[in-house]
Write a protein that binds this ligand. Structure first.
Ligand code: IPD
Ligand code: CA
Length: 271
């Protein structure tokens, strides 16, 4: 995916304005979900692709809130969201929404969950934001304009050794895929400093951007899990590759400090 190919954007919007709208939408939607969550000791949940893949009324309400804002403010743009149907664009721009990334954490009362909003033009991610209300952190980026956390510039790790790298990963909801992921993490663990599993892919990518981990990889992701985080990590200086580039689901992603990218990729991607 090209990182700074902004051809044709001048007719649509400035990337800084798009970044501001990503922030506004992610902060507003996640804050509403956090307020709703705080009023409930226990949440009612439904399951999606498997018994462990949860959705709550707050995921749906947060996504509906963003969809309504976009359809009134930017009616010609398309929408791809985790909890709803795709809306085609007539402007060339498409918004990618994960209303609550880290739904399991949200349900169990763990802090690593947030709302992820990005806007794309073809395969180019123009702007994105991830807001984690419990952690009070807002990450954002615009293509070619850098990445920030709560307004402060982000710079990713420059680690040069896989052996001492702290590596985040995540696991899919499908149990067969999980046993493959377990085997892979068992192979990687003796070759790195340690492994972290936050429970939110969007947050994992923000942690790569912030240098809180040196790397993150995962198989079986969806575009809404990663769109904003990919841009935030890249704009902070990390190397990020995901395939297939134009897929919506079943995406494999590797993100890391540039000097260790090739070594990590050779372990976690079997070709
Ligand atoms: C999940 C989280 C998790 C990752 C899964 C995702 P959800 O998204 O990002 O960290 O390991 O692959 O599906 O279900 O919390 O929106
Ligand atoms: Ca997600």
């Amino acid at each position: 995916m090209p990182q700074t190919d902004l051809g044709g954007l001048s007719n649509s919007a400035d990337v800084n304005d798009l970044r501001s709208l990503c922030i506004d939408l992610a902060v507003s939607a996640a804050s509403k979900a956090a307020e709703g969550r705080a009023q409930r000791a226990q949440l009612e949940t439904e399951t999606k692709s498997s018994l462990t893949d949860l959705v709550t009324e707050f995921d749906r309400a947060a996504e509906n809130f963003i969809r309504e804002r976009l359809s009134s403010q930017r009616p010609q743009d398309g929408i791809v969201g985790e909890e709803g149907l795709d809306v085609p664009n007539t402007s060339g721009l498409t918004w990618i929404i994960d209303p609550i990334d880290g739904t399991t954490n949200f349900v169990f009362g763990l802090p690593a969950w947030g709302c992820s909003v990005a806007v794309t033009q073809g395969n180019t991610i123009l702007a994105g934001a991830v807001h984690l209300p419990v952690l009070r952190e807002t990450y954002s980026a615009a293509s070619g304009r850098g990445a920030s956390i709560n307004g402060t510039e982000l710079i990713s790790s420059q680690s040069t050794s896989l052996q001492t790298a702290l590596v985040a990963t995540g696991f899919a909801y499908n149990s067969q895929r999980r046993s493959q992921q377990g085997a892979l993490v068992a192979k990687l663990l003796p070759q790195v400093r340690d492994i972290r599993r936050s429970g939110s892919a969007a947050y994992d990518l923000c942690c790569v951007a912030a240098g809180r981990v040196d790397a993150y990889y995962e198989h079986g992701l969806s575009i809404w899990d990663i769109a904003a985080g990919v841009l935030i990590a890249r704009e902070a200086g990390a190397t990020v590759e995901f395939t297939p580039e134009s897929a919506v689901t079943d995406i494999t992603l590797v993100a890391s400090a540039t000097p260790i990218f090739k070594s990590l990729r050779s372990v976690v991607i079997e070709e």
